[in-house]
Design a binder for this molecule. Structure first.
Ligand code: F6R
Length: 261
C-alpha cells in the first residue's frame, strides 16, 4: 500500500488525476470505479479541468458506481446516480449509459445486486477504483462486520453512517435511507488499482486503522492491505494519527518520477 500525504485535499487529488489520465491515455476504454460523497470531489473537479483543457477524454471509458441508496426517488438530488451525474459524468464526455450504478429502485434489490456483479464482470472488471472511507472504516457501504469476501448486496447502514450522511439531507438523519445496495469488499478487491482519498481529522482514526491496523472486518477498509496495488492519498489532517507518517513522506520524496502510481 502506497501512502501519500499532501498539504490539502486538492493537492492529494492530483496524483489520483494523474493515475486516471495515464490510464485513459494507455487504455481509452478503461473501466473506472466511481465513489460518491465529499472525498472524491476535488478529484472530479481536477478531472473536469483536465477534460476542459483537452488533456483527457472519457468518450470510450465506462464507469461503475460503488453504491446506491435503496428506495430514494429517481429525481432525488442525493440519489447517487444523480450525484455522480452532477459531480462528474455530466461535466465530461462519457457516452450515454456508459456509467452504471446498482439499481436502488429495483423491485428485487438482491437480483439487482447479482445483475450488477455480472455487468462489472462483462465489462472486464474495474481498472481503477476511486474510494473514500467512512469514519467507521467502511469502503463503499461495507459497514463494520461485513464479510471481507462480500459481493454486491443489500446492506443496512449503521447509525454512525446515517448521522455522517445527514449533512447531505438537510441534517435530517431520518431522511437518510436505512438500506443501500453496495459493492462488496470482494468486488472492490477485484479492481486492478484501488485509489482511496481521505481528508480531514474526522477520517484520521479510520485512516490509522486502514494503513497501520490489523486486517479485520471491524475496520472493513483494512482489507486493502491485501491488495497488490493500492494507493492512499491523504491530507495532513487525515494522516495526523499515522505512526509512520515521516516514513511515508520520505518514501514518496524518494519515489522515482517514472514510477507513477
Ligand atoms: C460513497 C461511498 C462511501 C464514502 C464514505 C465517505 O460512494 O462509497 O464509502 O466514500 O462514506 O464519505 P465522504 O466522502 O462523504 O466523507
Amino acid at each position: 500500500m502506497e501512502v501519500v500525504i499532501k498539504s490539502g485535499a486538492e493537492e492529494a487529488a492530483v496524483p489520483a488525476a494523474d493515475a486516471i489520465e495515464r490510464l485513459l491515455a494507455d487504455k481509452p476504454d478503461a473501466v473506472l470505479g466511481l465513489a460518491t460523497g465529499s472525498s472524491p470531489q476535488a478529484l472530479y473537479d481536477e478531472l473536469v479541468r483536465r477534460y476542459e483543457a483537452g488533456r483527457i477524454s472519457f468518450a470510450r471509458a465506462r464507469g461503475f458506481m460503488l453504491d446506491e441508496y435503496v428506495g430514494l426517488d429517481a429525481g432525488h438530488p442525493e440519489r447517487y446516480r444523480n450525484v455522480i451525474e452532477r459531480e462528474l459524468v455530466g461535466r465530461v464526455d462519457f457516452a450515454p449509459d456508459a456509467v452504471q450504478g446498482p439499481d436502488g429502485l429495483a423491485d428485487d434489490p438482491q437480483a439487482a445486486a447479482v445483475a450488477y456483479e455480472q455487468a462489472i464482470a462483462d465489462a472486464g472488471g474495474v481498472d481503477l477504483q476511486v474510494l473514500g472511507i467512512g469514519t467507521n472504516g467502511h469502503i463503499a457501504f461495507n459497514e463494520p462486520g461485513s464479510s471481507l469476501a462480500s459481493r454486491t448486496r443489500v446492506q443496512p447502514l449503521t447509525a454512525q453512517t446515517r448521522e455522517d450522511n445527514a449533512r447531505f439531507f438537510d441534517d435530517d438523519v431520518d431522511a437518510v435511507p436505512p438500506l443501500c445496495l453496495t459493492q462488496g469488499l470482494g468486488t472492490i478487491m477485484a479492481a486492478r488499482h484501488l485509489v482511496l482519498l481521505a481528508s480531514g481529522t474526522g477520517k484520521a482514526a479510520a485512516v490509522r486503522e486502514l494503513v497501520e491496523g490489523a486486517v479485520s472486518a471491524s475496520w472493513p477498509a483494512t482489507i486493502m492491505q491485501h491488495h497488490p496495488h493500492a494507493t492512499v492519498l491523504l491530507d495532513e489532517a487525515a494522516a495526523s494519527r499515522l505512526e509512520r507518517a515521516d516514513y511515508y513522506r520520505e518514501a514518496y520524496a524518494a519515489k522515482p518520477q517514472w514510477q507513477g502510481f
